[in-house]
Ligand binder design. Structure first.
Ligand code: ADP
Length: 499
């Protein structure tokens, strides 16, 4: 009896939903309709964006293509289908995508990755299909997906594989493969966690162009402040350059709200202009919030991070045959406090001496802490893990050490024959295990020694560069080479080195 009542109740409930859907066009029946908003007359241009010059330069090509596709197609040039904007929140990724649409005067469709992950399986996939249908009708245009990671997480990851998300992701991949860039649809997406994206999304012909959007440097912050100050009345005594100096770690969005906060304070005080006093107070308020999020470094910490990063950079440049340094920054990014970027040259095999120099480079950070600060700091965790991995590979995988010309690579053996791993967790005896351990230790200790020697030799250069890095927050590889008296170098693509 009860069961019947429940059943009737459910049928009635569904019927109500159905009716509401039919009447309001927003219920069950329109679940599969995309929520992408089209902004037809995008008025934002590159004039509204500042402090992200490199990203802007890279995106200029997309603008040119949207404006004059025939120039590219005539030459047979392949246009990127998908551009992935990578960077911390609030640095202007959405703004940049809108500016690309504004510059090219094409419609802009925006949606968020989390819009696609609904309760019902299949709804997200239908939404993706619908969005692309709309986009095809209004091509040339830009489709922008914010929070791509919400939808594009590696499939099968997480405690519970999420069927809805996977279907949606698959549909997105199908759509991406299905359109030809000459139709003029350019897909742009933003994420601050590129490492968790499904690798299928990053393959050639999909999001094959990555554009880094970093937190701005001092000059960038000043330019961003100028943009946002256009809308408020500033006192003639205000020096935005000074505000820029006091706001390291602030992203574009933080600066926009800082200007707004100062304007609110001025209004509350019944002033007719925003003065330095309000701006400074607004910085303090904003900084408190950022400090809680662990994003602000005090001047001493900045110096520590600068020594650490320069340790990597200087050792990398001073040892021959390693990939050149592209950029050193102490702008916090994600979990890391600073980064040394190097430009890897294409290479398929490497040598023993190069592996050992890589270890020395990784330990350059710790060596610099010891040499210039006088004691170790906590920032070298990831470096140590990576150095240990290389040292262990030298011994276990490549047979390059005293321990012997053979592999001690249990994982590889287990890959060929999984039973082997279960039957015998190790393919060597205790004595050998001991030698492997001490050999790995020795390789790392040698790396530290080598790095220290290099840094001692270039002590003055490191001090000069450190002052400069703390001041500008970013140095080019060229500048590092110049200070070390090395000739200019060049290379192709970019990867991050260490934290
Ligand atoms: P993201 O998409 O990277 O999280 P948004 O583009 O949504 O950041 O930025 C939010 C707001 O912050 C923008 O609308 C703009 O007002 C301001 N902003 C962020 N970055 C910049 C920048 N580089 N130049 C000017 N304004 C910026």
């Amino acid at each position: 009896m009860h069961t019947w009542l429940i059943l009737i109740g459910m049928v009635f409930f569904l019927w109500m939903l159905y009716r509401r859907g039919g009447a309001a066009q927003s219920g069950v029946l329109s679940f599969g309709k995309s929520r992408a908003r089209a902004v037809e007359d995008e008025t934002i241009t590159f004039d509204d964006v500042a402090g992200v010059d490199e990203a802007q330069e890279e995106l200029q090509e997309v603008v040119d293509f949207l404006k004059r596709p025939e120039r590219y197609t005539k030459l047979g040039a392949r246009i990127p289908k998908g551009v992935l904007l990578v960077g911390p929140p609030g640095t202007g990724k959405t703004l940049l995508a809108r500016a690309v649409a504004g510059e090219a005067a094409v419609p802009f469709f925006q949606m968020s990755g989390s819009d696609f992950v609904e309760m019902f399986v299949g709804v997200g996939a239908a939404r993706v299909r619908d969005t692309f249908k709309k986009a095809r009708e209004s091509a040339p245009c830009i489709v922008f997906i914010d929070e791509l990671d919400a939808l594009g997480k590696a499939r099968g990851s997480g405690a519970m594989a999420h069927e809805e998300r996977e279907q949606t992701l698959n549909q997105l991949l199908v759509e991406m493969d299905g359109f030809d860039p000459t139709t003029g649809i350019i897909l742009m997406a933003a994420t601050n966690r590129p490492e968790i994206l499904d690798s299928a999304l990053l393959r050639a012909g999909r999001f094959d162009r990555n554009v880094m959007v970093d937190r701005p440097t001092k000059d960038g912050r000043e330019a961003i402040l100028e943009i946002h100050a256009r809308n408020v009345t500033l006192d003639s005594q205000v020096q935005l350059g000074k505000i820029a100096i006091s706001t390291p770690g602030f992203a574009g969005a933080d600066l926009a709200s800082l200007v707004n906060e100062a304007a609110l304070l001025a209004a509350r005080r019944k002033k007719d202009k925003v003065t330095m006093a309000e701006l400074e107070e607004a910085i303090e308020r904003a900084a408190l919030g950022l400090e809680k999020k662990g994003r602000l470094l005090d001047p001493q910490e900045q110096r520590y991070v600068a020594y650490h990063e320069l340790g990597h950079a200087v050792v990398r440049e001073a040892l021959p045959g390693l990939d050149p340094v592209n950029k050193v920054t102490i702008l916090p990014r994600g979990m890391s406090l600073g980064v040394t970027w190097s430009l890897p040259e294409e290479r398929f095999i490497t040598t023993y001496s190069r592996l050992r120099d890589e270890i020395a480079t990784l330990l350059g950070g710790r060596a610099a802490e010891l040499a210039f600060i006088g004691e170790a700091c906590t920032g070298a965790q990831d470096d140590l893990a990576r150095a240990t991995q290389i040292a262990s590979d030298i011994v276990r995988k490549y047979g390059m050490s005293e321990v012997g010309l053979r592999t001690f690579d249990r994982d590889r053996a287990a890959m060929v024959n999984p039973e082997l791993a279960v039957a015998s967790p190790r393919d060597h005896g205790d004595q050998t295990a001991h030698s492997i351990d001490s050999e790995v230790q020795r390789l790392i200790a040698d790396g530290l020694k080598k790095a220290t020697e290099v840094l001692e030799k270039h002590r003055d250069a490191v001090e000069t560069l450190c002052d400069e890095l703390v001041d500008k927050q970013q140095l080019t590889g060229e500048r590092v080479r110049e200070e070390l008296g090395l000739p200019p170098r060049e290379a192709k693509t970019q990867t991050s080195d260490a934290d």
